[in-house]
Design a binder for this molecule. Sequence first.
Ligand SMILES: Nc1ncnc2c1ncn2[C@@H]1O[C@H](COP(=O)(O)OP(=O)(O)O)[C@@H](O)[C@H]1O
Ligand SMILES: [Mg+2]
Length: 256
Amino acid sequence: MTAMPPKAILRLDGVSKSFGGVRALRDVSIGVAQDRIVGVIGPNGAGKTTLFNVITGAHRPDAGDVTFANRPITRWPAYRIVRAGVARTFQNIRLFGSMTVWEHLIVSQRHGGSPLRKMLPGRFADREAWGRAEDALTFFGLEKYRTALARTLPYGIQRKVEMARALTAGPKLLLLDEPVAGMNRDEADDLRALLLRLSARGLSILLIEHDMAFVMNLCHELYVLDFGALIAAGPPSEIRTNPAVLDAYLGSETAC
Ligand SMILES: Nc1ncnc2c1ncn2[C@@H]1O[C@H](COP(=O)(O)OP(=O)(O)O)[C@@H](O)[C@H]1O
Ligand SMILES: [Mg+2]
């Protein structure tokens, strides 16, 4: 296994998490270097989403430490971790069906002053919030969906709205839980290009994904989880031929 990156923006050291008798994470240590795109792969139930829940403060680990930008965030509440610069999307899309795309991008942001102000147009608007929303909208090519209600959007577009919303928080680290699930090949290729642009801008990305072609062509580094334990780490070229990985995952019929 490759060593922990020396200048990691995110580190997990010996993280364990159980739910009753289920050991979802067992002594997991990973690192995400600045500006890198790092993937987490593994069969269903391997503990991938739990890993994100621990990083974001949704779950507190039973053991181990989480460090973000040199600060120990293990016991921080979720809102503080977001403010420190960690944003995420969810495996099961979490949008409000009867809100427009634009409303999602505005309402999600933290604002000074009146919460009403952020929604108002013209000279009353929270101009910074509007600017961030506009940037995210444009970056993901969502302009034509600006006034569309979330529930009317195709699945691939909903995923992009979630990513755009995450971006409005101005994160340093973006966590994506199965971002191309439900996307066709063209949409996945388009997303790959967008994530590379974000990475080139200095954003660090940690993503969970089942789509092997996507992961192998995008990630600089991969971690492989199986039954809550890390069984391999390294660049895609190594992971592709790692016998333990092939055995646990790539060759398995349950992999999807
Ligand atoms: N909140 C929870 N309560 C109980 N069990 C959970 C919870 N979250 C995850 N698990 C269990 O932990 C294991 C890992 O789940 P998860 O992290 O969702 O895996 P993955 O994302 O790799 O498919 C599974 O056995 C799952 O049922
Ligand atoms: Mg999951």
